[in-house]
Write a protein that binds this ligand. Structure first.
Ligand code: UDH
Ligand code: MN
Length: 313
C-alpha cells in the first residue's frame, strides 16, 4: 500500500508527488483505495492550458536516437498520456508506410511533443506494407484500426499520411461529433481546399463513426481515389464532415517524388461513386491481411503486413 492516513484524509504517493484524497467511506482495503484514486483523477480541460499557437516546421535530418532522448517518458510502442488528468479521448494514430524513414523521423520529432502538449492519451501505429506489391493506403488504414483496437481501448482514430505535419498546436488532434478532415490547410495548396469534398491526408473518426461506414474500401490500389470514396461513405451514412478554421489547421506537406509501387492506375476510380452500395460489403467486414512482423519501438508500434495484391482482388 502506498498511502497513509493523515488528519482523517489520505495521502497517496503516486507519480512521484503527493495526492490528497478524502474517501467517502471507510475502508481498509488498499485495492479499493487505489481504484478510487484513479477515479479521482480530474478530467483534462477541453482546452489544454499550455498551447502556444503557430510554430515553424522544418524538413530536417533528425535521428531516432535524438527523438528518443527527448521523449524518454513515453511508454514502449509510442504511447503517452497526461500525468495529472484523465484525457477525454483515447487516440490511436494510424500511419500508412513504406520506405519513408526520413519522413517518419520528422513526423515523430514534431508530433510526439505536440501530442503531449495537447494532453493527449495516444498510441502511434505504423502500418508498413511489404515490398513488391502495389501500395494500398486505405487497406493499411483498416489494418491499423483492426490492430489498434486489439491493443488498447481506443475511441478515436486519426488516420494520417506520414508526410503532413501541423504548424499550430491549437490544431487539436481529437475526434469530433462528425468525421473530421484535418489536412484542409496545406502549404502545398496555399492553405486552401483544392476542391470542397477533398477528404485526404489526415482524417479523424470516432470508433462509432468508423464502424458506421465499415472503414475504408480495401479495393483502391496505387495512388488516389480512396479518399474521395471515403467521403462518399460518410455522406451515405448520413454524416457530414467537419474542418477546423484554416488558419489554425495550417500544415506542412513535405514535397517528394511519387513512390515506386504507388503509381496512379485509376483502375478503382469507378468505385468512388458506388460507395453507398459497396460500403456494406467492402471494408472492415471484408478485410484480410497477414501480419508478417510486429515491433514495439520506443516511439511507435509497427506492423509489417501483407495486404495482398490487386490481381487477387
Ligand atoms: N506512403 C508510403 N510509402 C509509399 C507510398 C505511400 O509510406 O511508397 C504513405 C505515406 O504515409 C504517404 C501516404 O502513403 O504520406 C500517401 O502517399 P503519397 O505521399 O505518395 O501521396 P501524395 O498525395 O502523393 O502526397 C503525391 C504524389 C507525388 C507526385 C509528385 C509530383 N510532383
Ligand atoms: Mn505525400
Amino acid at each position: 500500500m502506498c498511502g497513509f492516513y493523515l488528519n482523517s484524509s489520505l495521502v497517496l504517493k503516486t507519480y512521484g508527488r503527493d495526492v490528497e484524497f478524502r474517501p467517502n467511506f471507510q475502508t481498509q482495503s488498499s485495492v479499493t483505495v487505489k481504484v478510487s484514486k484513479m477515479e479521482e483523477m480530474p478530467l483534462c480541460p477541453e482546452h489544454p492550458p499550455n498551447l502556444t499557437g503557430p510554430f515553424i516546421v522544418e524538413e530536417k535530418n533528425v535521428s531516432i536516437k535524438d527523438i528518443m532522448s527527448v521523449n524518454s517518458h513515453l511508454q514502449e510502442g509510442g504511447k503517452g498520456k497526461p500525468e495529472n488528468c484523465k484525457a477525454r479521448q483515447k487516440i490511436a494514430i494510424i500511419i500508412p508506410f513504406r520506405n519513408r524513414e526520413p519522413h517518419l523521423s520528422i513526423w515523430l520529432y514534431y508530433m510526439l511533443p505536440f501530442l503531449q502538449k495537447q494532453q493527449a492519451d495516444f498510441g502511434i501505429y505504423v502500418l508498413e506494407q511489404i515490398e513488391n506489391t502495389t501500395f494500398n493506403r486505405a487497406k493499411l488504414m483498416n489494418v491499423g484500426y483492426s490492430e489498434a483496437i486489439k491493443d488498447d481501448d481506443y475511441n478515436c482514430f486519426i488516420f494520417s499520411d506520414v508526410d503532413i505535419i501541423p504548424m499550430d498546436d491549437r490544431n487539436l488532434y481529437r475526434c469530433s461529433n462528425n468525421p473530421k478532415h484535418m489536412a484542409n490547410s496545406l502549404d502545398k495548396f496555399n492553405f486552401k481546399l483544392p476542391y470542397e469534398t477533398i477528404f485526404g491526408g489526415i482524417v479523424a473518426f470516432t470508433k462509432e463513426q468508423f464502424i458506421k461506414i465499415n472503414g475504408f474500401s480495401n479495393r483502391f490500389w496505387g495512388w488516389g481515389g480512396e479518399d474521395d470514396e471515403l467521403y462518399n461513405r460518410v455522406i451515405a451514412a448520413g454524416m457530414r464532415i467537419e474542418r477546423l478554421d484554416p488558419q489554425i489547421a495550417k500544415s506542412k506537406a513535405i514535397l517528394h517524388k511519387r513512390d515506386p509501387g504507388n503509381e496512379k492506375t485509376g483502375r478503382s476510380f469507378h468505385l468512388i461513386n458506388q460507395a453507398a452500395i459497396f460500403m456494406h460489403t467492402d471494408g472492415l467486414n471484408s478485410l484480410k491481411y497477414d501480419v508478417i512482423k510486429s515491433h514495439r519501438h520506443k516511439l511507435y508500434t509497427k506492423f509489417t503486413v501483407n495486404v495482398g495484391s490487386s490481381e487477387k482482388n
